[in-house]
Design a protein around this ligand. Structure first.
Ligand code: XBP
Ligand code: MG
Length: 258
């Protein structure tokens, strides 16, 4: 098999978690008596900035406040973000963000085939592990040989740093791996790191440009959640199996149609 490892983004790719992030941000703002309340529309725009702390800073910059006040508020961003991460972990722990169709299946197929698994995410490792624990059980943390997250690297997506770091930790070349993403920032990061990239957009990223992706599907699909007819026809299968990913990846390496 041409693939040695699958590298998954977390938020939006493994599960639709951004609504829970948004609720956790708003709850943290309330606890810190910051009368901010990010609507879904605002959050869709704010998601163009990867990283919760960075997103708070961009929001502060957008407020009609004196620079000194902006500086004071930015000094609080880490504390507010820590509160948000605590709240997010509690919310995710109740199972509210199920894995998207096909994610659990593809993970199982990879494990059965000896294909290694990794995570490359902008969120914190605490958040990534909370989702894995809630949806796959505590043991599943060990399915992922590498969990490369958040502040492990200086530059967040769309910079390639987190993918480059994950590849280094795996000791694998980009050509031997496939990335799974949901957003333009994530796609840009994975492609800049040289990875064959499958994109499954979601509510928050639906309007973004995924023309640089190697494959775009509305989800990975499953036997009980098959892809729509158009996607299945393009893919040549009712859902994206590991075997089909390997065929597409190998063809891309050869520069021939799959
Ligand atoms: C998506 C992000 C994260 C989350 C919020 O990460 O950009 O910032 O929106 O999580 P991914 P934090 O790369 O998994 O799509 O508040 O922990 O940043
Ligand atoms: Mg994502």
């Amino acid at each position: 098999m041409s693939i040695a490892a699958l590298i998954f983004d977390v938020d939006g790719t493994m599960a639709d978690t951004e609504e829970t992030h948004r609720q956790a941000f708003n709850a943290a703002f309330l606890l810190h008596e910051l009368w901010w309340d990010w609507s879904r529309h605002q959050y869709t725009e704010l998601l163009r900035t990867s990283g919760g702390k960075e997103r708070i800073a961009v929001y502060i910059d957008s407020l009609p406040l004196p620079n000194a006040e902006k500086k004071r508020l930015k000094g609080l961003a880490h504390l507010v973000h820590d509160t948000k991460t605590r709240i997010y972990g509690e919310l995710i722990g109740d199972g509210r963000a199920p894995l998207r169709p096909g994610v659990a299946r593809l993970l199982r197929e990879a494990r059965a085939a000896g294909v290694r698994l990794a995570i490359a995410s902008t969120t914190t490792s605490a958040n990534a592990e909370a989702l894995i624990r809630a949806q796959l059980g505590g043991e599943a943390r060990h399915w992922f040989e590498v969990i490369a997250c958040g502040d492990l690297v200086p530059r967040k997506k769309p910079a390639p740093d987190i993918y480059t770091r994950a590849l280094g930790m795996l000791r694998l070349p980009a050509s031997a791996c496939v990335a799974f993403e949901d957003s333009l920032n994530g796609l840009a990061a994975a492609k800049a790191a040289g990875l064959y990239t499958v994109v499954t957009p979601n509510f928050w990223s639906a309007a973004q440009d995924f023309s640089a992706a190697d494959l775009v599907l509305h989800s990975l699909g499953d036997a009980d959640a098959p892809l729509d007819a158009g996607s299945a026809k393009r893919l040549g299968a009712p859902f994206l199996s590991l075997a089909r990913v390997a065929e597409l990846h190998a063809a891309a390496l050869r520069g021939t149609p799959a």
